[in-house]
Design a protein around this ligand. Structure first.
Ligand code: 4AD
Length: 461
């Protein structure tokens, strides 16, 4: 029977010595001495490497004594207390062999590389310490998100990726078509003839699963989606990706106040989970990425978020002596500089801004009694700005139809959505969290391209 390999994470946490363990991993460094050499091996199971001591008598010594960084090797040995500083255990090799060689062009040699360079080698960068840590935390954060919702009675719903609806109405849609782009069929009026397309109508990659999520919330009560989302906005910023993952809970019998409570509790809960379960990886971010990160994460977990209405936020921005690139004006969307001022400088904590002007928001948001605002909310955090956008949905049939008309949305195309208000309509609310934005917040990594395994942004795939 083939021996099972022992993962370095579990070896380094071992309570006692172990005989004949099989370790397989990639060489990070080799240090030579006269009659033996040390290898630092990493297998991706944790941030730390294990030190392997290979003496001249070890079978495989000759073959491996010039092994290069990046090569993969297999070691059979004993786990023994280490003489070295800062490590409890090391492996004394009894047998070592090469699995896959490396060569001098291996780009991850032991020196600091720029983030831009590492982006060009997305296929190898997870082998670098920082990226290994980011992607292990990404995995745990996904799990924490599922745990939060599953433990709070939410059902996981998979909403479609190909859709005919533009949920956000912002027009940032990637088209999905099988029409011949060189000679597309045209109708008599010269327009593209989508009746000949694959789905017999224009279709897109989804910008949000919310509308379908509402159908399931008004059936199952509490649901969440968690999946890829696509936006063709040409925003070349450190916070925008063309393909990102969004988490969208939707809750029946819920108003904006309760929705804000869910959003805030959720953010606190998942950050606490990461603080509890990803200590090693976090220590790298605390030390090398952002010295104030640890304090910020603990602050978020322990302290309440500030809540402020959009109108109050505009007053605060007006009364500050900041010079704004974009003017502060009641009725306009808050820009990133405004959001970051509120959370980083004014409140110095996460902030939930609510009741936005109706004219800057999509058709589905519930109108407030003042006739000018809608029951919308955004959660803003220091260093990033907006990580969550949500709202109470318009559950009143007549109001929804009016909104759709005002936004030029066809009642026929969205008749299924309107049905949800025809048959047992209930107050309901939800929100969307940008998964990568939360990951940036948790790791302190400043560019969204560096928390996505293979980032898709304008001009690059
Ligand atoms: O505010 P947004 O556009 O809200 C919606 O799509 C609603 N349908 C959500 C809902 O109520 N169910 O997007 C939600 C979040 C933003 O707060 C942001 O964190 C993230 O999605 N986001 C992006 N993340 C990365 N790259 C982009 N281009 C993003 N656009 C939005």
């Amino acid at each position: 029977m083939t021996q099972e390999r022992a993962e370095i994470a579990s070896l380094l946490e071992s309570e006692s010595e172990r005989k004949d363990v099989l370790i397989q991993g990639w060489v990070r460094t080799r240090r030579d001495s006269k009659s033996f050499f040390f290898l630092e091996l990493n297998d991706g199971s944790c941030l730390k490497n294990i030190q392997v001591v290979v003496t001249g008598e070890t079978p495989g010594y000759e073959e491996l004594k010039a092994v290069r960084t990046g090569a993969s090797v297999s070691v059979l040995g004993d786990l023994v207390p280490s003489q070295g500083k800062g490590q409890k255990w090391e492996a004394a090799a009894k047998e070592i062999s090469l699995i896959g060689d490396s060569c001098e062009t291996y780009p991850l040699q032991k020196k600091r590389h720029s983030m831009e360079f590492l982006r060009e080698i997305s296929h190898l960068r997870p082998r670098a310490n920082l990226f290994g840590a980011v992607f292990r935390v990404r995995s745990r954060l996904s799990f924490a998100i599922h745990r939060f919702f599953q433990e709070h009675g939410f059902f996981y719903v998979n909403t479609p990726i190909i859709t005919a609806s533009d949920c956000e109405g912002a027009g940032d849609l990637f088209k999905v078509t099988t029409l011949d782009m060189h000679e597309p069929p045209r109708s008599e009026d010269g327009l593209l003839d989508f009746s000949q397309d694959f789905f017999s109508q224009p279709t897109y990659l989804t910008v949000s699963g919310q509308l379908e999520g509402e159908a399931f919330a008004t059936s199952l009560g509490k649901i969440y989606t968690f999946g890829p989302t696509f936006r063709a906005e040409n925003s070349n910023t450190s916070r925008h990706a063309s393909e990102f993952w969004m988490v969208e809970p939707e809750i029946a019998f819920c108003d904006l106040e309760q929705d804000m409570g869910w959003a805030e509790d959720f953010v606190k809960w998942v950050i606490k989970d990461i603080l509890d379960y990803c200590q090693d990886d976090l220590s790298l971010f605390f030390q090398f990425v952002d010295k104030t990160l640890e304090e910020r994460l603990k602050f978020v977990v322990e302290r309440p978020f500030h809540r402020v209405s959009y109108t109050e936020a505009i007053h605060i921005l007006h009364n500050s002596d900041k010079k704004w690139e974009y003017p502060v004006m009641w009725g306009a969307n808050l820009q990133s500089e405004h959001e970051r001022f509120l959370t980083e400088e004014h409140f110095k904590s996460p902030v939930t801004v609510y009741d936005y002007p109706r004219d800057v928001k999509p058709f589905y948001m519930r109108g407030n009694d003042d006739g000018e605002t809608v029951a919308a909310m955004d959660v803003l955090v220091p260093g990033i700005g907006e990580i969550i956008g949500g709202s109470q949905r318009e559950e009143r049939l007549d109001r929804l139809l009016d909104n759709m008309k005002a936004h030029g949305i066809s009642h026929e195309e969205y008749s299924w959505y309107v049905d949800l208000r025809r048959y047992g309509s209930v107050p309901h609310a939800g929100f969307g969290l940008g998964f990568e934005r939360l990951l940036m917040f948790v790791t302190g990594v400043a560019n969204i391209r560096d928390v996505i395994p293979f980032a898709r942004t304008p001009g690059t795939v």
